[in-house]
Design a protein around this ligand. Structure first.
Ligand code: PLP
Length: 363
């Protein structure tokens, strides 16, 4: 039995998927399972999200892990392949791929179809850079990219089109509207299917839903909108991270706690020591005041987060006893809030849990 447990609710994930369908009723869904399904377990999430139209991953290894787990649904490599030798694997495992650069197009042109174990056409999604300036072909090179892809005999001529938002979580920023309109102008007259929206696009930019939406974070019940939580928009956090109280001790006025002796008690109080730390993936940058939930009540972290422990100020009239469960985030304590206390985003928190954390699934 591990000290630290992440319990994943299947019901929550199914609910979140349905909620996404209701927000984007005309769109098909690419369920994004990269990074071990945002720390929730790749194969388990794939089996729960069986209603998805396709799975999206970032890396070839992630797609191969799905195939090794007997997942036969279509899979899209959203970061594309990285070199010529990847193409044979892509073909062998029947994967679809994003194409975002002329280096990739050159690789496709060089690939000898005789190395391929399949004669199925290769489905590609051409990614257009509308301002993120990370991956994607420049709008000025769109026509050339498309023509060269269509000239490759084993590439499916039905090419889909994609772009990615850089500021969709910011409703006050008109950059997203500019990205949408540039994308729409460019693909005007093309027959392929379109995808623009990540979770923030799904929530905040309905005009971006198009043929396919690409939710990651929302599936797991968290919100990408800095100042909101998933539950405020009708989603259910899938993960509850908990551990236990392993010691309770008095702390006298003026005494300090933990490494660096950073926090000092302003009055006599009681301290709870909790078995979780950055060695489990709990953020070391969680500031004094970050809440921990014990028996339904919030207690503030005091002192630095260490590798294996955190300390909370229980005050003098608490009912907490050794062995009580301490919830670090979950339904009653949004991970979005913990992310704010730690100067990061909830994406990072849910997927940086270490192998010391025991992941289990409940109905
Ligand atoms: C990760 C990713 C997504 C999902 O993003 P969320 O903000 O988690 O919804 C969508 N599209 C692409 C290309 C991605 O890499």
């Amino acid at each position: 039995m591990s000290a630290v447990n992440a319990v994943i609710s299947r019901r929550a994930v199914v609910h979140n998927f349905q909620k996404i369908k209701s927000l984007a009723p005309k769109s098909k869904v690419i369920s994004v399972l990269k990074a071990n399904a945002y720390g929730h377990g790749l194969l388990e999430m794939a089996s729960i999200l069986i209603e998805s139209d396709i799975f999206g991953v970032a890396r070839l290894e992630e797609a191969i892990a799905l195939r090794a787990g007997d997942v036969d649904k279509q899979i899209l490599l959203m970061e594309g392949f990285f070199n010529l030798t990847d193409i044979a694997s892509l073909r062998r495992h029947n994967l679809q791929t994003v194409i975002h650069s002329f280096d990739q197009i050159k690789n496709l042109e060089q690939f000898s179809q005789s190395n391929s174990l399949t004669s199925l056409p290769l489905k590609v999604w051409l990614k257009i850079d509308t301002g993120m300036n990370r991956l994607g072909v420049a709008p000025s090179q769109f026509n050339e990219a498309l023509a060269r892809l269509k000239a490759i005999d084993y590439v499916d001529n039905d090419i889909n089109f994609m772009t990615h938002f850089s500021c969709a979580d910011d409703l006050t920023n008109d950059f997203t509207a500019k990205q949408i309109s540039q994308f729409n102008q460019l693909i005007d007259g093309q027959s392929g299917e379109l995808t623009l929206a990540n979770s923030a696009g799904i929530l905040a930019w309905p005009e971006s839903h198009a043929d396919w939406v690409r939710p990651g974070l929302l599936l797991y019940g968290c919100s990408p909108m800095g100042d909101r939580t998933g539950s405020q928009d009708g989603f259910i956090p899938a993960m509850t991270l908990s551990t236990s109280v392993i010691a309770i001790k008095p702390l006298l006025n003026g005494e300090s706690v933990g490494y660096g002796a950073h926090w000092k008690a302003q009055k006599n109080t009681q301290l709870g020591v909790i078995a979780i730390g950055y060695g489990d993936g709990y953020p070391r940058h969680a500031k004094a005041g970050t809440p921990v939930l014990i028996n339904g009540k919030r207690y503030p972290i005091v002192g630095r987060v260490s590798m294996d422990m955190v300390t909370v100020d229980l005050g003098n009239d608490h009912q907490v006893v050794c062995g009580d469960q301490a919830i670090m985030w979950g339904n009653e304590l949004p991970v979005e809030e913990i992310a704010q206390w730690s100067d990061t985003i909830c994406y990072e928190l849910i997927l940086q849990l270490t192998s010391r954390v025991n992941i289990t699934f409940e109905q």
